[in-house]
Design a protein around this ligand. Sequence first.
Ligand code: ZN
Length: 536
Amino acid sequence: MNNFNSIKSIFSQFLIPIFFAFIFVIFFNAIKPLLIYNLIENILFSALIISFCFFFHKIKTRRFLFLVLTIFFNFFLIFETLYYYLFEAILSSSAIFILIESNNSEITEFISSHIDVKIISFLVFSFLITIYSVYKIFKYLKFTTDLKINRFTLFEIILNIYFVLKLTGFIIYNGPYIVLKTPLNYLSEINKFKVYGNEHKMGNFTNLTISNNHEDELFVIVVGESTNKKHFNLYGDYHRETTPLLNDIKEELSVFNNVISPHTYTIASLSKVLTLGNYENPEKIYQGSVLQLFNQADFQTYWISNQRPIGMMDTHITKIGMGANKYVFLNTKHTNDNTNFDNLLLKPFNDAINDTGSKKVIFLHLLGTHMDYKMRYGKNDEYFKDTPSSEFKSGNASSIINAYDNAVRYNDKLLREIIETVRNQQLKSYVFFFSDHGQEVYDDADFFGHTIDQNTTKNMFEIPMFIWTSDKYNKNKVLNFNSDNKYMTDDFIHSIADISGIRCSEIDSTRSIFNKNFKARKRIILDSVDYDIFFK
Ligand SMILES: [Zn+2]
């Protein structure tokens, strides 16, 4: 066998697992262009690996590199193939975030509920193919002992492949590239969020004025978590009484019917909601937060959170929350562990109300109805135990829906208690509630949870949102209220400034749903998708 044939044979040892994986996904999932791009990327990447190994002339080094890189290559191939098989999406940075964030019990639970014969067979075959490939490559390498390709030529080949991958954009299909890029992006993102936090309480809002200087004010903003609008009985179309206590005071609430979140997961959503950033100007998420706005307007600000402060997915929001004059994080556990129930927020909430200061804004960040749903309420609040009406009956769908509805009902109790506490103060007040994003709970898909902007359903974007205002507030200000206004919460800061009587150059009244100048805009999700067209 000559040198050229040996290289060809080595190359074919990479092609076997590539095509095996490709056939596996197109057989069990539909064929899509991105699968072809990924196939090309894998072939180019294997050529890159081979060229790199031949860069070294010593046969021992070559063998070692081939051993390590073939296993490495096959590992990523298996990983991305199974990821695609399960989620019908290519591996992304966000997916890796989630994976790092997940705890062991979550991963074990996921694997045990999704593993099937196809996955096991794929793993067994892939494992055998990897061993076979390494064995064959080692055999062919023997024929290349005297092969010394000019290093300059090889360098050119490597560079060319890299540029093809980069220029065609195919590099985004490369597993190792994404895995490498994720922590780097994360660090740079964290670095950019240094504009918030404890040391940066004042923002750079310009020409700031406040409409009220003499009356005491108490404003409360409740940020819910993973709350599905369909299961929120306040909207009247859910078959179960999940919000009886809010229903009782419905005529006091302004309930918005057509509100969505800009993303389907907390960090992306809240980093726009709580800052000047929106889909038109994503870079503005570093240019001012709602806490800085209130600080600059001389409010006493509080951030009381039942979400854990540290974690890949939480740190950014923590930074923004730490802009408050006083902040407290009550929870240190992962959402799947035995976390505190949200009523633990009430003690620091009451402390904040009794604190000195005439103008206060209190943010309450709930765990709300986040997975694992049954961890969000106590035994005494287990209300729904019968079979819910859902067309999806797979596995433990019924018990999951029940747990979710119980969590919503628990949330209802808390929201009502917050409103009553504020009412008792008899101040100029509002309580504003919205969820960070929605949730799929076997409504439109045989699925529960929310994704990271992949395979999204309408229910992951649609959220409940309402405001309660006190008598004193209503005497002072009439809010423009049209329950059907189309709204996306990346404009939250404009609405909140408006109802709090804060004006400045950065705040745009046409973006406030409470303002008579409000203009409904296009709601673009997933970078370029018009929500109202896509989900009609
Ligand atoms: Zn969330």
